[in-house]
Design a protein around this ligand. Structure first.
Ligand code: SAH
Length: 360
């Protein structure tokens, strides 16, 4: 339990934003072990306040009144025979919608969390980018997504083992809150830092900050193109942080962390799936030590982007081309495409901006 971050003058935004000291302040007059019971109920057992019955009903009422939760459940959509669940929430303060995806696999359960309501990065092929940015999420709003998803997983007697910061938003444009959530997952929920993955569109200052952070989390970079001309088109932030700067930041990160970086590559038919693209990508992957691992994501359909994804044979061929050059690539199995829960499909029911562009 981290009591250092206490700032009595700024009350916590929500229950899961409260530090141990702030919870203790609400429980003033109670024996000290009450705070421990509360903390363990919230983070180890992932219980709703009302189910933490080691606390009296009066205390639970006091806590609920002073520290309300931040997420209002709006909808649950289910796919993959129940193995993929997408949660739509509304943020209690202003109705902003956000989404979280819970994925059950044979040997593990993974939660994909949102870090912002919307996204300002404007990648044309991503539904979140098409819908635009509303606001940053707080630490508590990120943590509460995982707590609630864990509660759901518990009903199936499963425990969340992996968290990917790959939902709505750009994690490194909200790095302090993301890191606050990382610390809570690691220290209070017992999820190993090695099982936490932060995915970035390539915010160079954010990568540099991450390099100064102590825990061994995984870093994934959404590359999608390995030459500036094409990447400027697909990932507009590339104009601000072009590939050379991004690769330098990755190399500096590796010097400090020595943990393999992954590159994500959404495969877009006729746009970034040629032999030339494979060879440019391989060159960048091999320029990092250790060599970057590549995750190929067959492009998922989104309303604002007309171009299709590369077909299965094309994805396989691309992966083989990378392998021939000594680069390992895995093909990400799409989850929840039918409920718009797959990579790049999280728009939380927001209308997207139809640009009428050709697709890149
Ligand atoms: N903003 C962060 C976190 C999002 S992670 C980032 O860009 O890394 C979501 C991943 O899915 C990113 O790699 C993103 O580029 C990718 N993606 C976005 N739209 C997609 C789509 N339509 N199909 C497949 N992948 C997509």
């Amino acid at each position: 339990m981290n009591q250092e971050a206490e700032r009595p003058s700024t009350p916590p935004r929500s229950l899961y934003d409260a530090t141990g000291a702030q919870l203790a302040a609400v429980l003033a007059g109670e024996p000290a072990y009450r705070v421990k019971q509360l903390w363990s109920g919230l983070y180890e057992q992932c219980k709703a306040l009302d189910d933490i019955t080691t606390l009296s009903a009066a205390l639970r009422t006091r806590l609920t009144e002073q520290l309300p939760t931040a997420l209002v459940p709006a909808r649950e959509s289910v796919s993959d025979k129940g193995d993929t669940i997408k949660f739509l929430w509304r943020l209690a303060d202003g109705n902003h919608p956000i989404e979280t995806v819970l994925m059950h696999y044979a040997d593990r359960v993974t939660v994909c969390v949102s870090t912002q309501a919307g996204c300002a990065m404007a990648c044309g092929f991503c539904a979140t980018g098409q819908a635009g940015f509303s606001r940053q999420l707080t630490v508590g709003e990120i943590v509460e997504q995982v707590v609630r998803a864990s509660r759901h997983a518990k009903q199936r007697k499963q425990r969340v083992a992996n968290i990917v910061f790959m939902g709505m938003g750009e994690p490194l444009a909200n790095e302090p809150a993301v890191w606050g959530a990382v610390e809570r997952f690691h220290a209070d929920m017992g999820i190993s830092a090695r099982h936490l993955t932060i995915s970035t569109v390539g915010i160079v200052p954010g990568i540099r900050t991450l390099a100064t952070r102590p825990l061994p989390v995984n870093l994934a970079v959404s590359l999608h193109a390995a030459r500036d001309e094409l990447r400027n088109d697909l990932v507009p932030i590339n104009k601000r942080y072009p590939l050379e700067e991004l690769m330098t930041a990755c190399r500096d990160y590796l010097r400090v962390k020595n943990r393999r970086i992954s590159f994500e590559w959404a495969m877009i038919a006729g746009v970034n799936d040629s032999a030339r693209d494979a060879s440019e990508l391989a060159k960048l992957a091999l320029s990092l030590k250790p060599t970057a691992h590549v995750n190929l994501i067959p492009l998922n359909p989104t309303p604002g982007f007309p171009t299709r994804g590369t077909d299965a044979a094309g994805v396989r061929r691309f992966a083989d081309r990378l392998a021939d050059r000594g680069v390992n690539a895995t093909i990400r199995r799409n989850r929840g495409t039918d409920i718009d829960a797959a990579c790049g499909q999280l728009a939380a029911g927001q209308p997207v901006v139809l640009t009428g562009r050709r697709g890149v």
